[in-house]
Write a protein that binds this ligand. Structure first.
Ligand code: ZN
Length: 158
């Protein structure tokens, strides 16, 4: 109860790589969320099986990401499913834009250049908003995605 969480209705995994789904396992076991939103691509690891088992035992319903806005009280969650034609777990990361008042955070999983470029083409206005840059930039650094993929978030212009 580190964060005083008392219930969870929705758990989201951007993609099925182990480093993105290990944390949700005890959360699903403890809180038995109603929904588990994911990219629809099964993982190949033991931790993926563990998460699926936990979800099944909890009665959690799987949801494949689609373009939608989920209203969670005062928080708005915009779901951006992977663009078509992506080839692996990373490029099939589900993007999520979390909005709470004037706070905005774009969570991009482990997306790489092909996915980032596809989204920049489809949603240039959303993604040119500098307030969405913080999380995206962190991901870009961690995954080695070229910062040139994300001109609005180039640290030289922020
Ligand atoms: Zn990954």
């Amino acid at each position: 109860m580190q964060y005083q969480v008392t219930s969870l209705n929705l758990v989201v995994a951007s993609h099925a790589d182990s480093d993105h789904i290990t944390g949700p396992v005890p959360a699903v076991q403890q809180f038995k969320p109603k929904y588990f939103l994911n990219n629809g691509l099964a993982g190949t690891t033991q931790i993926w099986q563990k998460l699926l088992t936990a979800a099944k035992q909890a009665g959690t319903q799987g949801l494949i990401a689609r373009s939608q806005v989920i209203n969670l009280g005062s928080v708005k969650l915009t779901v951006l499913p992977p663009p078509p034609g992506m080839k692996n777990q990373n490029t099939n990361s589900v993007w999520r834009l979390v909005q709470y008042g004037s706070f905005r955070a774009l969570m991009t999983g482990d997306s790489e250049t092909p996915e980032t470029k596809a989204w920049l083409k489809q949603l240039p206005r959303l993604l040119s908003d500098r307030s969405t840059c913080t999380r995206a930039f962190t991901t870009a650094q961690r995954t080695g995605t070229g910062l040139a993929d994300w001109p609005p978030c180039d640290p030289r212009t922020l």
